[in-house]
Design a protein around this ligand. Structure first.
Ligand code: COI
Length: 356
Protein backbone atom coordinates (compact mmCIF):
# COMPACT_ATOMS: atom_id res chain seq x y z
CA UNK A 1 0.00 0.00 0.00
CA UNK A 2 1.39 3.40 -0.97
CA UNK A 3 2.27 5.86 1.81
CA UNK A 4 3.69 9.36 1.70
CA UNK A 5 7.15 7.84 2.20
CA UNK A 6 6.84 5.98 -1.12
CA UNK A 7 6.48 9.19 -3.08
CA UNK A 8 9.86 10.44 -4.20
CA UNK A 9 9.87 14.22 -4.25
CA UNK A 10 12.14 16.41 -6.34
CA UNK A 11 11.44 20.04 -5.50
CA UNK A 12 11.89 22.92 -7.89
CA UNK A 13 14.88 25.13 -7.29
CA UNK A 14 13.22 28.16 -8.91
CA UNK A 15 9.56 28.66 -8.02
CA UNK A 16 7.55 30.61 -10.60
CA UNK A 17 5.08 31.96 -8.04
CA UNK A 18 6.55 35.47 -7.84
CA UNK A 19 5.74 35.96 -11.56
CA UNK A 20 2.00 35.36 -11.01
CA UNK A 21 -0.53 38.17 -10.80
CA UNK A 22 -3.07 36.66 -8.41
CA UNK A 23 -5.54 39.41 -9.38
CA UNK A 24 -5.64 38.14 -12.95
CA UNK A 25 -6.18 34.39 -12.90
CA UNK A 26 -7.42 33.37 -16.32
CA UNK A 27 -8.81 29.83 -16.06
CA UNK A 28 -6.37 27.17 -17.18
CA UNK A 29 -3.41 29.39 -17.91
CA UNK A 30 -1.26 29.41 -14.79
CA UNK A 31 0.28 26.19 -13.51
CA UNK A 32 1.74 25.62 -10.03
CA UNK A 33 5.34 24.50 -9.51
CA UNK A 34 5.01 20.72 -9.25
CA UNK A 35 3.25 17.68 -10.69
CA UNK A 36 2.62 14.17 -9.40
CA UNK A 37 3.22 11.20 -11.72
CA UNK A 38 2.70 7.45 -11.64
CA UNK A 39 3.07 4.77 -14.33
CA UNK A 40 0.97 1.69 -14.99
CA UNK A 41 2.95 -1.23 -16.39
CA UNK A 42 2.85 -5.03 -16.00
CA UNK A 43 -0.54 -4.82 -14.30
CA UNK A 44 0.24 -2.31 -11.56
CA UNK A 45 0.64 1.38 -10.77
CA UNK A 46 4.14 2.24 -9.57
CA UNK A 47 6.90 4.86 -9.72
CA UNK A 48 4.91 7.46 -7.74
CA UNK A 49 6.84 10.70 -7.65
CA UNK A 50 6.57 14.46 -7.61
CA UNK A 51 8.79 16.64 -9.77
CA UNK A 52 8.86 20.22 -11.04
CA UNK A 53 6.05 20.82 -13.55
CA UNK A 54 7.41 20.59 -17.08
CA UNK A 55 7.44 18.77 -20.38
CA UNK A 56 7.21 15.00 -20.59
CA UNK A 57 8.19 13.15 -23.70
CA UNK A 58 6.61 10.29 -25.60
CA UNK A 59 6.51 9.08 -29.16
CA UNK A 60 3.71 10.04 -31.59
CA UNK A 61 2.44 6.47 -31.44
CA UNK A 62 1.12 6.41 -27.88
CA UNK A 63 -2.36 4.96 -28.00
CA UNK A 64 -4.12 7.87 -26.22
CA UNK A 65 -3.32 10.14 -29.18
CA UNK A 66 -5.03 7.80 -31.63
CA UNK A 67 -7.92 6.07 -29.88
CA UNK A 68 -8.64 8.46 -27.04
CA UNK A 69 -8.16 6.43 -23.88
CA UNK A 70 -7.87 9.51 -21.67
CA UNK A 71 -9.93 10.51 -18.64
CA UNK A 72 -9.64 13.35 -16.18
CA UNK A 73 -11.04 14.93 -13.06
CA UNK A 74 -11.52 18.56 -12.06
CA UNK A 75 -11.17 19.32 -8.36
CA UNK A 76 -10.48 22.33 -6.17
CA UNK A 77 -8.50 23.30 -3.09
CA UNK A 78 -9.52 26.39 -1.12
CA UNK A 79 -7.76 28.77 1.23
CA UNK A 80 -9.56 28.64 4.57
CA UNK A 81 -10.18 31.56 6.89
CA UNK A 82 -7.53 30.27 9.32
CA UNK A 83 -4.90 30.01 6.54
CA UNK A 84 -5.12 26.23 6.14
CA UNK A 85 -6.11 24.61 2.84
CA UNK A 86 -9.14 22.38 2.19
CA UNK A 87 -9.40 19.94 -0.71
CA UNK A 88 -13.06 19.39 -1.60
CA UNK A 89 -14.69 15.93 -1.65
CA UNK A 90 -11.73 13.71 -2.53
CA UNK A 91 -13.75 10.51 -2.07
CA UNK A 92 -16.54 11.57 -4.45
CA UNK A 93 -14.04 12.63 -7.13
CA UNK A 94 -12.14 9.38 -6.68
CA UNK A 95 -15.29 7.29 -7.19
CA UNK A 96 -16.16 9.17 -10.38
CA UNK A 97 -12.60 8.93 -11.69
CA UNK A 98 -12.67 5.14 -11.17
CA UNK A 99 -16.00 4.89 -13.03
CA UNK A 100 -14.53 6.93 -15.90
CA UNK A 101 -11.44 4.70 -16.02
CA UNK A 102 -13.59 1.56 -16.07
CA UNK A 103 -15.81 2.89 -18.86
CA UNK A 104 -12.74 3.65 -20.98
CA UNK A 105 -11.27 0.21 -20.26
CA UNK A 106 -8.41 1.71 -18.26
CA UNK A 107 -6.97 0.36 -14.98
CA UNK A 108 -8.38 1.68 -11.71
CA UNK A 109 -6.10 2.67 -8.81
CA UNK A 110 -6.34 2.46 -5.04
CA UNK A 111 -7.96 5.28 -3.07
CA UNK A 112 -4.66 5.56 -1.26
CA UNK A 113 -2.74 6.35 -4.46
CA UNK A 114 -5.31 8.98 -5.48
CA UNK A 115 -5.40 10.61 -2.05
CA UNK A 116 -1.68 10.49 -1.28
CA UNK A 117 -0.82 11.89 -4.69
CA UNK A 118 -3.23 14.78 -4.24
CA UNK A 119 -2.46 15.68 -0.66
CA UNK A 120 1.32 15.51 -1.07
CA UNK A 121 1.23 17.63 -4.21
CA UNK A 122 -1.06 20.27 -2.70
CA UNK A 123 0.99 20.36 0.51
CA UNK A 124 4.06 21.15 -1.57
CA UNK A 125 2.29 23.77 -3.71
CA UNK A 126 0.10 25.20 -0.92
CA UNK A 127 1.41 28.73 -1.49
CA UNK A 128 -0.38 28.61 -4.86
CA UNK A 129 -3.84 28.37 -3.26
CA UNK A 130 -5.27 31.88 -3.73
CA UNK A 131 -7.39 33.58 -1.09
CA UNK A 132 -9.48 36.13 -2.94
CA UNK A 133 -13.23 35.62 -3.22
CA UNK A 134 -14.28 33.15 -5.92
CA UNK A 135 -10.74 31.91 -6.45
CA UNK A 136 -9.27 28.46 -5.78
CA UNK A 137 -6.50 26.11 -6.78
CA UNK A 138 -7.95 23.99 -9.58
CA UNK A 139 -6.56 20.45 -9.55
CA UNK A 140 -6.42 18.32 -12.67
CA UNK A 141 -5.78 14.58 -12.15
CA UNK A 142 -5.76 12.68 -15.46
CA UNK A 143 -4.68 9.36 -16.96
CA UNK A 144 -3.92 8.35 -20.54
CA UNK A 145 -2.85 5.35 -22.57
CA UNK A 146 0.93 5.48 -23.02
CA UNK A 147 1.70 2.20 -24.78
CA UNK A 148 3.70 2.93 -27.92
CA UNK A 149 1.98 1.31 -30.88
CA UNK A 150 -0.75 2.29 -33.29
CA UNK A 151 -2.55 -1.01 -33.63
CA UNK A 152 -6.14 -0.69 -32.42
CA UNK A 153 -6.05 -2.19 -28.95
CA UNK A 154 -6.58 -1.57 -25.25
CA UNK A 155 -3.34 -0.07 -23.99
CA UNK A 156 -1.32 -2.11 -21.52
CA UNK A 157 0.52 0.97 -20.22
CA UNK A 158 -0.78 4.24 -18.77
CA UNK A 159 0.43 7.43 -17.16
CA UNK A 160 -1.35 9.17 -14.29
CA UNK A 161 -0.52 12.82 -13.67
CA UNK A 162 -1.84 15.52 -11.35
CA UNK A 163 -1.06 19.20 -11.76
CA UNK A 164 -2.81 22.28 -10.44
CA UNK A 165 -3.19 25.99 -11.09
CA UNK A 166 -4.78 28.99 -9.38
CA UNK A 167 -8.07 30.14 -10.94
CA UNK A 168 -10.51 32.99 -10.47
CA UNK A 169 -14.28 32.96 -11.14
CA UNK A 170 -15.08 31.00 -14.32
CA UNK A 171 -17.94 33.17 -15.65
CA UNK A 172 -18.20 36.84 -14.87
CA UNK A 173 -21.78 37.31 -16.06
CA UNK A 174 -25.05 35.38 -16.36
CA UNK A 175 -25.16 33.10 -19.39
CA UNK A 176 -27.16 33.18 -22.60
CA UNK A 177 -27.88 29.63 -23.73
CA UNK A 178 -29.77 27.86 -26.49
CA UNK A 179 -31.45 24.49 -26.41
CA UNK A 180 -29.33 22.50 -28.89
CA UNK A 181 -31.81 20.68 -31.09
CA UNK A 182 -29.47 19.24 -33.71
CA UNK A 183 -26.27 17.97 -32.06
CA UNK A 184 -26.16 15.84 -28.93
CA UNK A 185 -23.41 15.51 -26.35
CA UNK A 186 -24.13 11.94 -25.31
CA UNK A 187 -26.49 9.05 -25.95
CA UNK A 188 -27.68 6.21 -23.74
CA UNK A 189 -25.07 3.49 -23.78
CA UNK A 190 -22.35 6.00 -24.67
CA UNK A 191 -19.72 7.70 -22.53
CA UNK A 192 -21.68 10.76 -21.32
CA UNK A 193 -21.31 9.94 -17.64
CA UNK A 194 -17.55 9.37 -17.97
CA UNK A 195 -15.21 12.33 -17.74
CA UNK A 196 -13.33 11.35 -20.88
CA UNK A 197 -11.54 13.84 -23.10
CA UNK A 198 -13.56 12.92 -26.20
CA UNK A 199 -16.81 14.18 -24.67
CA UNK A 200 -15.29 17.64 -24.46
CA UNK A 201 -13.68 17.56 -27.90
CA UNK A 202 -16.99 16.52 -29.48
CA UNK A 203 -18.82 19.40 -27.79
CA UNK A 204 -16.56 22.08 -29.27
CA UNK A 205 -18.11 22.32 -32.75
CA UNK A 206 -21.77 22.77 -31.65
CA UNK A 207 -20.61 25.18 -28.92
CA UNK A 208 -18.56 27.14 -31.46
CA UNK A 209 -21.61 27.45 -33.73
CA UNK A 210 -23.75 28.61 -30.79
CA UNK A 211 -21.12 31.20 -29.86
CA UNK A 212 -21.16 32.53 -33.43
CA UNK A 213 -24.91 33.05 -32.93
CA UNK A 214 -24.25 35.09 -29.77
CA UNK A 215 -24.81 32.42 -27.10
CA UNK A 216 -22.40 31.52 -24.33
CA UNK A 217 -23.27 27.82 -24.17
CA UNK A 218 -25.71 25.20 -25.32
CA UNK A 219 -28.28 23.30 -23.28
CA UNK A 220 -27.71 19.69 -24.29
CA UNK A 221 -30.72 17.43 -24.72
CA UNK A 222 -31.16 13.66 -25.02
CA UNK A 223 -31.89 14.05 -28.75
CA UNK A 224 -35.49 12.82 -28.36
CA UNK A 225 -38.36 14.76 -29.97
CA UNK A 226 -39.25 16.01 -26.46
CA UNK A 227 -35.81 17.61 -26.16
CA UNK A 228 -35.28 16.47 -22.58
CA UNK A 229 -32.61 18.67 -21.04
CA UNK A 230 -29.39 16.97 -19.91
CA UNK A 231 -26.57 19.42 -19.20
CA UNK A 232 -25.54 23.02 -19.79
CA UNK A 233 -22.22 23.37 -21.62
CA UNK A 234 -19.66 21.64 -19.38
CA UNK A 235 -21.95 21.89 -16.33
CA UNK A 236 -24.95 20.12 -14.85
CA UNK A 237 -28.10 22.22 -15.01
CA UNK A 238 -30.72 23.16 -12.41
CA UNK A 239 -34.02 25.04 -12.60
CA UNK A 240 -36.23 26.57 -9.94
CA UNK A 241 -39.77 25.93 -11.14
CA UNK A 242 -42.57 27.20 -8.90
CA UNK A 243 -40.31 27.06 -5.83
CA UNK A 244 -38.95 23.57 -6.52
CA UNK A 245 -35.29 22.93 -7.41
CA UNK A 246 -35.45 20.61 -10.41
CA UNK A 247 -32.52 18.87 -12.11
CA UNK A 248 -32.39 16.06 -14.68
CA UNK A 249 -31.84 12.63 -13.06
CA UNK A 250 -28.42 10.98 -13.39
CA UNK A 251 -28.10 8.48 -16.20
CA UNK A 252 -25.35 7.07 -18.38
CA UNK A 253 -25.54 10.22 -20.50
CA UNK A 254 -25.16 12.74 -17.66
CA UNK A 255 -22.03 13.45 -15.61
CA UNK A 256 -22.47 12.79 -11.88
CA UNK A 257 -21.40 16.28 -10.87
CA UNK A 258 -19.83 16.74 -7.45
CA UNK A 259 -21.19 20.29 -7.27
CA UNK A 260 -24.60 19.00 -8.40
CA UNK A 261 -24.63 16.50 -5.56
CA UNK A 262 -23.43 19.13 -3.05
CA UNK A 263 -26.17 21.55 -4.17
CA UNK A 264 -28.89 18.91 -3.74
CA UNK A 265 -27.59 18.07 -0.26
CA UNK A 266 -27.45 21.72 0.80
CA UNK A 267 -30.87 22.51 -0.74
CA UNK A 268 -32.30 19.78 1.47
CA UNK A 269 -30.63 21.35 4.51
CA UNK A 270 -32.11 24.76 3.59
CA UNK A 271 -35.59 23.21 3.36
CA UNK A 272 -35.79 23.71 -0.42
CA UNK A 273 -37.88 21.05 -2.12
CA UNK A 274 -35.85 19.21 -4.81
CA UNK A 275 -36.79 16.91 -7.67
CA UNK A 276 -34.45 14.87 -9.87
CA UNK A 277 -36.67 14.31 -12.88
CA UNK A 278 -36.95 14.74 -16.61
CA UNK A 279 -37.37 18.36 -17.76
CA UNK A 280 -38.23 18.88 -21.41
CA UNK A 281 -37.73 22.03 -23.47
CA UNK A 282 -41.54 22.06 -23.83
CA UNK A 283 -41.96 22.19 -20.05
CA UNK A 284 -39.36 24.97 -19.84
CA UNK A 285 -41.19 26.92 -22.52
CA UNK A 286 -44.51 26.55 -20.73
CA UNK A 287 -42.93 27.49 -17.36
CA UNK A 288 -41.36 30.56 -18.99
CA UNK A 289 -44.69 31.58 -20.51
CA UNK A 290 -46.44 31.17 -17.15
CA UNK A 291 -43.63 33.06 -15.37
CA UNK A 292 -42.98 30.16 -12.99
CA UNK A 293 -39.41 29.50 -14.14
CA UNK A 294 -37.78 31.48 -11.35
CA UNK A 295 -34.13 30.53 -11.86
CA UNK A 296 -31.93 28.53 -14.19
CA UNK A 297 -28.26 27.85 -13.51
CA UNK A 298 -25.38 25.53 -14.24
CA UNK A 299 -23.26 23.80 -11.61
CA UNK A 300 -19.73 22.43 -11.99
CA UNK A 301 -16.37 22.38 -10.26
CA UNK A 302 -14.84 25.09 -12.42
CA UNK A 303 -17.80 27.49 -12.38
CA UNK A 304 -19.31 26.40 -9.03
CA UNK A 305 -22.68 27.85 -10.11
CA UNK A 306 -23.57 30.30 -12.81
CA UNK A 307 -26.94 31.93 -13.54
CA UNK A 308 -28.56 31.58 -16.95
CA UNK A 309 -30.19 34.83 -18.07
CA UNK A 310 -31.85 33.68 -21.28
CA UNK A 311 -32.81 30.44 -22.98
CA UNK A 312 -33.41 30.13 -26.71
CA UNK A 313 -35.89 27.39 -27.58
CA UNK A 314 -36.33 26.65 -31.30
CA UNK A 315 -35.27 30.19 -32.23
CA UNK A 316 -37.39 31.99 -29.62
CA UNK A 317 -35.41 33.76 -26.92
CA UNK A 318 -36.86 33.78 -23.40
CA UNK A 319 -35.51 35.83 -20.49
CA UNK A 320 -35.01 34.10 -17.18
CA UNK A 321 -35.00 36.13 -13.96
CA UNK A 322 -31.60 36.52 -12.28
CA UNK A 323 -32.71 36.71 -8.63
CA UNK A 324 -29.50 37.83 -6.91
CA UNK A 325 -28.82 37.63 -3.17
CA UNK A 326 -31.98 35.82 -2.09
CA UNK A 327 -32.04 33.41 -4.99
CA UNK A 328 -31.84 29.68 -4.41
CA UNK A 329 -28.56 29.45 -6.35
CA UNK A 330 -26.95 32.33 -4.48
CA UNK A 331 -27.98 30.99 -1.07
CA UNK A 332 -26.70 27.48 -1.75
CA UNK A 333 -23.49 28.76 -3.34
CA UNK A 334 -22.78 30.89 -0.27
CA UNK A 335 -23.37 27.93 2.01
CA UNK A 336 -20.96 25.84 -0.04
CA UNK A 337 -18.32 28.60 -0.02
CA UNK A 338 -18.67 28.92 3.77
CA UNK A 339 -18.15 25.18 4.28
CA UNK A 340 -15.05 25.19 2.10
CA UNK A 341 -13.53 28.21 3.83
CA UNK A 342 -14.32 26.95 7.33
CA UNK A 343 -16.81 29.79 7.94
CA UNK A 344 -19.55 27.14 8.39
CA UNK A 345 -19.21 23.67 9.95
CA UNK A 346 -18.26 20.83 7.62
CA UNK A 347 -21.18 18.56 8.62
CA UNK A 348 -20.74 16.20 5.69
CA UNK A 349 -16.96 15.76 6.00
CA UNK A 350 -16.36 17.19 2.57
CA UNK A 351 -13.07 18.93 3.40
CA UNK A 352 -9.68 17.26 3.60
CA UNK A 353 -7.62 19.80 5.50
CA UNK A 354 -3.97 20.43 4.81
CA UNK A 355 -2.58 22.10 7.92
CA UNK A 356 -0.14 24.83 7.03
C1 COI B 1 -15.10 21.33 -14.31
O1 COI B 1 -16.11 21.99 -14.09
O2 COI B 1 -14.24 21.14 -13.46
C2 COI B 1 -14.87 20.72 -15.60
O3 COI B 1 -14.25 19.72 -15.64
C3 COI B 1 -15.37 21.40 -16.78
C4 COI B 1 -14.29 22.00 -17.65
C5 COI B 1 -13.47 23.02 -16.97
C6 COI B 1 -13.50 20.97 -18.35
Amino acid sequence: MITAADIKIKKTTSSRISQVDFNDLEFGKIIADHMFLSDYKDGEWSNEHIEPFGDISFTPTILALHYGQMVFEGMKAFRMKDGNVSIFRIQKHYERFMRSLERMCMPVMSYRLFEEGLTNLIKLDQAWVPNSEGSALYIRPFAFASEERFGVKISSEYKYIIFSGPVGPYYDKPLRVKVEDHFIRAAHGGTGSAKCAGNYGASFYPTHLAKMQGFDQVLWTDGSPDLNIEESGTMNVMFVIDGVLVTPPLSDSILDGVTRDSFLTLAHELGIHTQQRTVSALELESALEKNILQEAFGTGTAAVASYIQSIDIKGKDYSVPVPGENGVMTRIKKMLTDIRSGAAPDKYNWNTIIHI
